[in-house]
Design a protein around this ligand. Structure first.
Ligand SMILES: C[S@@+](CC[C@H](N)C(=O)[O-])C[C@H]1O[C@@H](n2cnc3c(N)ncnc32)[C@H](O)[C@@H]1O
Length: 231
């Protein structure tokens, strides 16, 4: 690993966070986003990693984290470059054991190795970030397999985005090795659609995955994957 460790820089105008995301969250989190957040709450409720410390990568203000989630762990560490999001996250009622760290584990090929070494007893939650940030080498799937295979981690992340509303909304549970084409055909049953592929399908190798659709705005939909790696 190169020294020093890659450090997070504050960003307010990044497309994957920043002010635009904050404004969207305040506008939609109790309406357009609430069904997706209920699905995320179910995924997180089922995830019981054997760890006292949780590191959350990209929590933003915790808009998608159910009330009380942060209190399930003795210590919670957040890696979040948006200063407004950090301020809001720290004000959550369940954030009494929260602290922030400045490691940027997503910017360099050795970032996940730094993550594993700096937090040697922790479980990791990648909170809708791996589909937003391009992998700095190979793919996220290869980097996760290389550096975090022996660790407890979970991720929900965008797999694709599109402007067409899905025809079918119910989440998919425990799908193993399903293809992108089959997923598209499951949620969009009426004809062809144009998608942006985020190159994040099956981040956990062969582990079973969950899938749900998320209207990030009334005009843009994301297909989100949930995957768990058990050490
Ligand atoms: C799409 S938002 C998801 C926010 C939140 N987890 C949710 O589910 O609503 C992606 C988040 O990742 C954060 N982010 C971007 N680059 C990051 C990095 N290198 N390390 C950690 N977080 C990052 C952004 O600031 C933003 O808060």
């Amino acid at each position: 690993m190169r020294d020093p460790a890659p450090a997070l820089r504050d960003h307010l105008f990044d497309p994957s966070g920043g002010l635009t995301y904050q404004l969207r969250a305040f506008r939609y989190r109790r309406s357009l986003w609430s069904a997706f957040h209920a699905t995320v709450a179910g995924w997180l409720g089922d995830w019981q990693p054997n760890a006292r410390t949780l590191v959350i990568i990209g929590p933003n203000a915790g808009h998608a984290l159910p009330a009380g989630f942060l209190e399930r762990f003795e210590q919670v560490i957040a890696l979040e470059p948006d200063p407004i999001a950090r301020h809001l996250l720290a004000r959550r009622p369940d954030a009494r054991r929260l602290r922030f760290d400045h490691l940027d584990c997503l910017a360099t090929p050795d970032g996940l190795a730094w993550l594993a070494a700096r937090f040697s007893d922790a479980a990791f939650l990648f909170s809708n970030v791996l589909g937003q940030v391009a992998a700095p080498a190979d793919s996220w799937s290869a980097l996760l397999a290389r550096h975090l295979q022996e660790r407890n981690w979970a991720s929900y992340h965008d797999v694709l985005s599109t402007t067409r509303a899905p025809d079918h909304h119910a989440p998919v549970r425990d799908a193993a090795s399903v293809s992108l084409e089959a997923l598209i055909a499951h949620f969009w049953t009426q004809g062809e659609i144009t998608v942006t592929d985020h190159d994040t399908l099956h981040l956990g190798g062969g582990s079973p995955c969950g899938y749900a659709v998320w209207p990030i705005t009334p005009a843009r939909w994301q297909l989100v994957e949930w995957v768990v790696n058990q050490a």
